[in-house]
Design a protein around this ligand. Sequence first.
Ligand code: PLP
Length: 392
Amino acid sequence: MLNQTMLALGTKRSCIRELFEYGLKQAAIVGKENVYDYSLGNPSIPAPPEVNETFVRVVKEMDSLAVHGYTPAPGAAEPRKAIADNLNTRFGTAIRPENIFITCGCAPALISVIRALAVPDAEIIAFAPFFPEYRPFVESNGVRFVEIPADYTAFQINLEALEAHITKNTQAVIINTPNNPSGVVYSRETLTKLAALLDRKGKEIGHAIYVIADEPYRELVYDGVEVPFIPTIYANTIVCYSWSKSLSLPGERIGYVCVPDEAEDSANVFAAIAGAARICGHTCAPSLQQRVATLCINCPPDLKAYDENRKLLYDALSSYGYECVKPQGAFYMFVKAPGGDAQAFSDKAKAKNLLIVPGGDFGCPDYFRICTCVSKDMILRSLPTFEALVKE
Ligand code: PLP
């Protein structure tokens, strides 16, 4: 006998992974250059040279037992301090190393936070369009996943719909900015209004509504757009961060949770997150990566190629008549499917070896996502197919 929920999760591939694997198979048949794969958000810019140099230096110079050994579960002392110092310098906060729990990336960070908040009848809210993994992360912890329809005008937050969906069981809302899949950055104005609403509703229902700030794209922004640090706007914020995208290290599995002292019941929230991580088998995040990522914490990402791709795709697709959400950050673009059915449209595109992700799993079945973390060459080769499809 097997746990049927786990069996279903393990059997049914995410539609993104399915497309990606289809692309690999198709490339073997028609040639790599004839497959235009926009499916997977795998950074296409290599990690900055400083990262590789730091890897080598840490391995050569640090005590081998310390570098490769277990650290305390929340992380080694210096990396936790480096993260707290970095946040305080940038955002004027007073975060202590004890507020930081280093994780194997954002996904395990999110799961631990969700699990820590998973009381009977709990509900966690996400705003469409949202990262599809939120649903299984939430539901597999016995929590109701509440989906707020998109704000189709600016792809900010639909606050009216949020207010209507908050109940006494609302434990948290998940915020992802810069957003996957829209690329939109939630403005200070949106976040301030959200904070006022959550404060008011929290008082009404008699307990805090936490914001879970999912921020793997915090550093990936263009045109100088501000990415407000949410704990400075709303005290009950728990931040989940990773270096997967900012330092192009998705395979190294390194990130953190930050529970600032200002968050309600913060010491217990932190302890419950540690407990949740423990039963997920977390002993510590990779010891070597803890050092490398935090020694490179001030290393800026090289965004030039992502920015060029963003402009190239946005301008080209808009000129063909596609309605695109203008991305301000991350490396995705969210496009309205001509005809209104993104699944049908992406099936048509797939038949022409153009792999785009239909938006159903993101909560927007009439949009599709393309990843802009691809090669410029591939974009140029794919443009005639985009143009032909919209004409059809
Ligand atoms: N959250 C969002 C919005 C993402 O897009 C991703 C990865 O693509 C993650 C979380 C997971 O990131 P990590 O590799 O740090 O686990």
